[in-house]
Design a protein around this ligand. Structure first.
Ligand code: ADE
Length: 224
């Protein structure tokens, strides 16, 4: 899979993309992530990418031209399944969307800033708008990193244990059951006996029961 990210702060991705799962996925060539500085596509001598909003008001708006030039450049070389804009007024991001995006070949993620991007880009070029939650970040970069992480870990071969993404919370519409590791008795805090029983079917039943219980208690909305 190939992910192209358009941003005015490419350095913001250095941390999230240089460690752990994403780092490994890149090394194994399971994903290519390309960062593009939108300023590089500005024709303005000050590399300007924003301007005042028509009609007045506070805040700046990201201009069409640098963003579109970057997207058109990319589209000359690759075919894209989606051009995605990260924005707090987009559709709330959930596991089902992560699953869907992880089956795609090439996607573009556009990070917004200031008051947003010129609406005509949203009408003409953007195919999907994603919000990672009902709060406002200072830009789309952290949201793009979140979305990228959630996609990359689902790509075949990325996670060591092939089943572990399937047992994530939300994959079956339930939260994950509690987990424990050694020691079985930590200063009197004991692990449930069933997990030490070696009885696989009973353990699976117990885990399912606990997953349902936890979902009922913490996220009843998921059971509807
Ligand atoms: N940009 C700013 N806030 C955001 C959010 N909550 N989700 C996606 N992109 C954003």
């Amino acid at each position: 899979m190939r992910i192209d990210i358009l941003t005015i702060f490419p350095e913001m991705f250095d941390g999230p993309f240089s460690h752990s799962i994403i780092k490994r996925a890149k090394e194994k060539d399971l994903v290519e992530i390309h960062l593009h500085n939108i300023r590089d596509y500005s024709t303005d001598k000050h590399r300007r990418v924003d301007n005042y909003p028509f009609g007045g008001g506070a805040g700046m708006v990201m201009m069409i031209d640098p963003i579109l030039r970057c997207i058109e450049e990319l589209k000359k070389k690759n075919e894209y399944d989606e051009v995605i804009f990260l924005t707090p007024d987009g559709k709330r991001f959930e596991q089902t969307a992560a699953n869907k995006l992880s089956t795609m070949k090439n996607i573009i993620l556009l990070c917004g800033h200031y008051k947003g991007i010129d609406e005509r880009l949203r009408e003409q070029v953007i195919t999907r708008e994603i919000s990672i939650g009902d709060y406002v970040l200072s830009g789309g970069e952290l949201a793009a990193a979140v979305v990228t992480d959630s996609i990359v870990r689902l790509l075949p071969g990325v996670l060591g244990d092939e089943t572990s993404a399937l047992s994530d919370s939300f994959q079956d519409g339930l939260l994950s059951p509690p987990v424990y590791t050694r020691p079985a008795d930590y200063k009197g805090w004991k692990v449930p006996d069933i997990l030490l029983s070696g009885h696989d079917r009973k353990i699976a039943e117990w885990r399912h029961e606990k997953a349902v219980e936890r979902t009922q208690k913490r996220r009843p909305d998921l059971l509807k």
